[in-house]
Design a protein around this ligand. Structure first.
Ligand code: BG6
Length: 479
């Protein structure tokens, strides 16, 4: 068992979940900066006005802003070939709508990128990872407004030109399809339909705004692809989707149809637009049935057609089941909805673990688009503990990752053009959905806890040594 030579083994993070330094280097306030922490069972809160005495996890996160050299050295020690990270929009354009970029922010990422290159680690940059300048939310309700496209493109131009020749792989929007669910409205798009405090899981939803926002993001993505190629023909730009593999709960044809419809909306709509450069027909019926009207301008079709992405990437954590019979589905399948699969176990956060679903979906993606694929997120959020001898024995994480790597290998044997694997949260960081530190994914344990204590020190978990060996043997030794 071996992976293709040059396979990109690595890890992935996002600025707002690990950097901290929320007001340093001229950084502006971003949407995650107004979110409190939560737990596995209680929702985090969105507080447009910061509350005194409340803990905001992104403000210090794991202090990567001051420790990135130490962290990248640890990634290099594991043998990373690729590091996927995001650039905080608010470090480059603190309010989002400035004319000129913030030099201090540009310098920070330049130094971070140089640090990767020093170790031969290929950077993959997510341009926008769940982080919209809060000023743009207040001003225009974020992506609902078409003027966001210009702000985003100014951001792209600043980073494409500054990092030309150093960064080749770019992703336009993290998990863009999360905005097909109410949760993604604020998390992914920065859309806040009422500027008031509310539970993250109980947002004031407006589907029309979300789909209008997506239309603007599709245009921005297409124009960014074009710009990236013009600035440097070596640039490769990808889309990034949540792949939420879904199965019909039974072989009843009605379950199959519901599954197909839900799958179209969640898994294929956004990537169809971004990979094929046009809206699929099925979404027109969905818009009609759900009274959604997306305003499009003449010429938008041409913009989309001129900017399909070069490659496809996704996160993969779980799968779910769909049924037409609502009475059958007691309980939620996982955070993305659906109903529980009787054949699968779930993580402590209720995410159903399904390695074979990854092979299945990689085949589907490849058949549909015939574009190179990267799995840019995958991993197990779990409660870790430091044993008395100082070790973190996370064999459950190794089991999870091993079984997914095995299935990726099967997919490659099936003929899928899979180029890389960057598991999520290669170092412990703040959870996007709950705001917790307790939900850990890393190969590196960070002493930071949900009550704001901890000295941020780093410690290698058992999985660190395991993953190092996996990379060294190009996936041959998974024991
Ligand atoms: C993806 C996001 O949804 O999953 C990440 O791109 C996120 O930002 C990751 O952290 C894991 O989710 P969570 O909620 O466990 O942090």
């Amino acid at each position: 068992m071996s992976f293709p030579s040059g396979f990109y083994w690595g890890g992935a993070t996002a600025a707002n979940q690990l950097e901290g330094g929320w007001q340093e280097g001229g950084k502006g306030i971003s949407c995650p900066d107004i979110c409190t922490g939560g737990t596995a069972t209680t929702s985090k809160r969105i507080t447009p006005v910061l509350e005194e005495g409340t803990f905001y996890p992104s403000h210090d996160a794991i202090d990567h802003y001051h420790r990135y050299k130490e962290d990248i050295a640890l990634f290099a020690e594991m043998g990373f070939k690729m590091y996927r990270f995001s650039i905080a929009w608010t470090r480059i354009f603190p309010n989002g709508d400035e004319e000129q970029p913030n030099e201090e922010g540009l310098k920070f990422y330049e130094s971070l990128i140089d640090e990767c290159l020093k170790y031969g680690i290929e950077p993959m940059v997510t341009i926008s990872h769940y982080e919209v300048p809060f000023n743009l939310t207040k001003k225009w309700n974020s992506w609902v407004d078409r003027r966001m496209i210009d702000c985003y493109l100014r951001f792209c131009k600043a980073i494409f030109t500054r990092y030309k020749g150093k960064v080749k792989y770019w992703l336009t929007f993290n998990e863009i399809n999360s905005a097909t669910t109410p949760m993604g409205g604020f998390l992914s798009q920065g859309i806040l339909n009422e500027i008031k405090a509310m539970d993250f899981m109980d947002q004031v939803d407006n589907p029309n705004n979300r789909f209008q926002g997506l239309h603007h993001q599709f245009l921005a993505s297409a124009l960014a692809v074009k710009m990236a190629h013009e600035i440097d023909p070596n640039n490769q730009v990808g889309c990034m989707q949540i792949m939420a593999t879904s199965y019909a709960l039974t072989c009843h044809p009605e379950d199959e149809i519901v599954n197909q419809q839900k799958g179209h909306l969640m898994n294929w709509f956004c990537s169809d637009v971004q990979c094929r450069g046009k809206y699929p027909n099925y979404i027109k019926r969905y818009f009609k049935d759900n009274n959604i009207t997306v305003h499009m301008e003449p010429g938008d079709d041409d913009i989309l057609a001129a900017g399909p992405v070069d490659f496809y990437t996704c996160s993969y954590y779980m799968s779910n089941c769909q049924t037409a019979d609502e009475s059958k589905g007691t309980g939620k399948g996982n955070i993305l909805g659906g109903v529980p699969n009787p054949y699968l176990k779930a993580s402590d956060w209720g995410w159903q673990i399904d390695p074979i679903g990854l092979r299945y979906s990689l085949n589907e993606i490849w058949d549909r688009y015939q574009k190179p694929i990267f799995v840019v997120e995958n991993g197990l959020g779990a409660y870790d503990k430091i044993d008395e001898d100082g070790k973190v024995r996370d064999d459950y994480r190794v089991d999870y990752l091993r079984s997914h790597i095995q299935q990726m290998h099967e997919a490659i044997l099936d003929g899928v053009d899979l180029r890389g694997y960057t598991p999520w949260g290669c170092i412990d960081l703040v959870s996007a959905s709950t705001g917790e530190m307790a939900k850990r994914y890393g190969f590196i344990f960070v002493e930071r806890y949900d009550d704001g204590t901890g000295d941020f020190s780093r410690r290698k978990k058992e999985s660190f040594y395991w993953y190092k060996k996996v990379i060294e043997t190009n996936g041959e030794d998974l024991d």
